[in-house]
Design a protein around this ligand. Structure first.
Ligand SMILES: Cc1ncc(COP(=O)(O)O)c(C=O)c1O
Length: 373
């Protein structure tokens, strides 16, 4: 059997990782400014993470959601405290798309409505309603196009008020910072207006923090920079540092009903052990603060670089927009300078390093990028 060929690949076989570095099968070391697509939060192969998962799998890797799982309860408590969202409850799934599906489903169960508002350039995943709420018709199959989602321009208060004012919108889904869309940060004032308008119209506010959350922006959640409280928050990526996991943080206005949501694998023992180890390390090594500090430095330094149209972002979620396509630059960075980076669209270089990035590694990146430019 051959692989179903849907991924354009760098011709590099990564076999080992440690902190913010990865190595290929020939022993070449790379600086990881991509974090495996914002997934690596605490760094590759952290000893505490390795030990926690190894211990758990030797004890019990999986049992179903039909029995008490104390690790789930521990994780809910720990995540509540770490994020400041202690009044929310937790439902666990296996990926970001699945977290968003559950969030939108819950919103619709709650208010009985069917329409969703999302934003231009949004990305919420590749499953049914998540991909319909993603502003990219090329990845939505005809079966996903059901006319239930209206896309508005980000930060357009008037358009948002008008749409929600119709009174039939089930949920608004918005990224804390748009990632795939090019590191677009919503205005704090827009998020505050959106919060008010959702409350006034009975619309559920869903914050997709799958890429921008878990400390990446320099606060636990990116929307916390605007001081708002969403009704539902979705997370994935950094929660498990590579162990596949997603979760929904559900505000106090929702009352659960048996059978309303469910999953075979979500919140299994091994996933919870991974997520608990991630929180241990984030707290112990103060990684949210580190993301704010090293990210702030990077943003400042990258902003001074010649030939860059705009530098955007917060913490360790940074986009560098160029006039020209970034593909040749990314190739040079990988093959000549041994640095992995991401992209958004054609012209934005997307930087999503692990949150344990040091100042020395930030400087190393700046030097290699300057040379590559
Ligand atoms: C903001 C956002 N939401 C949802 C998703 C989908 O997550 P997953 O690929 O785990 O389904 C992504 C993935 O890139 C994302 O960036």
């Amino acid at each position: 059997m051959e692989l179903f060929n849907v991924y354009p690949l760098f011709d590099v076989n990564i076999v080992k990782g440690k902190g913010c570095r990865v190595w290929d099968d020939k022993g070449t070391e790379y600086l990881d400014f991509y974090g495996g697509h914002a997934v690596i939060s605490i760094g590759h192969a952290h000893p505490h993470y390795v030990e926690s998962i190894s211990r758990q799998v030797a004890e019990l890797g999986f049992y179903s959601n039909s029995v008490v799982n104390k690790l789930q309860q521990q994780l809910a408590g720990r995540l509540g405290r770490a994020s400041g969202c202690e009044g929310y409850s937790l439902f666990m799934a296996n990926s970001g798309a699945e977290a968003n599906e559950n969030a939108l489903k819950l919103a619709s169960f709650h208010n009985g409505r069917k329409r969703v508002v999302a934003f231009k350039k949004s990305f919420h995943g590749r499953t049914s309603l998540a991909v319909e709420a993603t502003d990219n018709p090329r990845i939505a199959a005809p079966v996903n196009q059901n006319g239930r989602v209206t896309f508005l321009a980000l930060n357009d208060v008037e358009a948002m008020r008008k749409e929600l004012g119709k009174g039939d919108v089930c949920a608004v889904i918005i990224e804390g910072i748009q990632g795939v869309g090019g590191i677009q940060v919503p205005d704090a004032a827009f998020l505050q207006e959106l919060r008010e308008c959702c409350t006034a119209t009975g619309t559920v506010l869903v914050l997709d923090e799958i890429q921008s959350g878990y400390g990446r922006s320099g606060k636990f959640f990116a929307h916390q920079h605007a001081g708002i409280w969403p009704d539902i928050i979705t997370v994935a990526k950094g929660i498990g540092n590579g162990f596949p996991m997603g979760a929904v943080l559900i505000g106090p206005m929702f009352t659960p009903r048996y059978g309303e949501l469910g999953t075979t694998f979500g919140g299994n023992h091994l996933a919870c052990a991974a997520a608990l180890a991630v929180l241990d390390v984030m707290e112990e090594e103060r990684l949210v603060e580190n993301a704010a500090q090293v990210g702030g430095y990077l943003l400042h330094e990258l902003g001074k670089m010649p030939g860059v149209k705009e530098v955007r972002g917060m913490g360790l979620m940074i986009g560098m927009e160029f006039e020209q396509p970034v593909k040749p630059l990314r190739d040079r960075l990988v093959y000549e300078k041994n640095v992995f980076t991401g992209a958004s669209g054609n012209n934005v270089l997307r930087l999503l390093p692990p949150l344990c990035l040091t100042m020395a590694e930030a400087d190393m990146f700046i030097e290699r990028l300057s040379e590559a430019l």
